[in-house]
Design a protein around this ligand. Structure first.
Ligand code: PGA
Length: 250
């Protein structure tokens, strides 16, 4: 059975003291074990701290990005080995903000995917169309190409280390959410694309998260869709109560 996952992407928010406060609140509100696997991705400077703080709890700490090279002259970058050395086994790759503001294209992402898998890390691979793609009705082909070019080169046995996050760019941080039907339609399409490129059992087993303005008020109806296995949460993950409410909506 595929896993239910609720992941919080804290983006470039929360300094060390604020991270400590939010973690304390999360620990208080997450007394009851959630039905979903919980993942939290703080910023790099607070990763180790968060990892230590969440130790022993069923909360996985993830990085928001990493470089594809093993090491070397890449000022300002972080390697897979550095993440692994502080206990981080999960990394978000291909977030639309990385694609849009930091020039990450499918080719670079394919390299990052390879490096993460080589280090036996779990990838949360993000992708999704922009508003003009949807308006022009080529959202399916945009998504299929992102998957083909960034991810579909991996071996069948590596899919157990992959979680997908469909995040329509027009719905991220905008307050605008894809309707549950739009999310379901795309998630079903993604599964069919995987079945075509690999096989039915991989398509069936991979968890596909929806991301883009998920809130306590809309989480339940989105998560109720059969091909939606959870969410990647931005803004609402910065508030422990909202995040807990979203996690409970699974
Ligand atoms: P949002 O962000 O929930 O604030 O829209 C989602 C994301 O970027 O992963």
């Amino acid at each position: 059975m595929r896993k239910k996952i609720v992941a919080g992407n804290w983006k470039m928010n929360k300094n060390l003291a604020e991270t400590g406060e939010l973690i304390a609140e999360i620990k208080r509100s997450f007394n009851n074990p959630s039905k979903a696997n919980i993942i939290i991705a703080p910023t790099f400077t607070n990763l180790y701290y968060a990892f230590e703080e969440f130790k022993g709890l069923e909360i996985t700490v993830a990085a928001q990005n990493m470089h594809h090279a093993e090491n070397g002259a890449f000022t300002g970058e972080i390697s897979a080995d550095m993440l692994k050395s502080i206990g981080i086994e999960t990394v978000i790759l291909g977030h639309s903000e990385r694609r849009a503001y930091f020039g990450e294209n499918d080719e670079v992402l394919a390299k990052k995917v390879n490096t993460a898998l080589k280090h036996d890390m779990t990838i949360i691979f993000c992708f999704g169309e922009e508003l003009q793609d949807r308006k022009g009705e080529h959202h399916f082909s945009v998504v299929e190409n992102q998957l083909k070019n960034g991810l579909f080169h991996i071996d069948a046995n590596q899919w157990s280390n992959v979680v997908l996050a469909y995040e329509p760019v027009w719905a991220i941080g905008t307050g605008e959410t894809a309707s549950p039907e739009q999310a379901q339609e795309m998630h079903a399409f993604i599964r069919s694309a995987i079945a075509k490129a690999y096989n039915d059992s991989i398509a069936d087993e991979v968890s596909i998260l929806y991301g883009g303005s998920v809130k306590p008020t809309n989480a339940e109806e989105i998560f109720a869709k059969p091909d939606v296995d959870g969410g990647l949460i931005g803004g609402a993950a910065l508030d422990a109560e909202s995040f807990e409410a979203i996690a409970s909506a699974i």
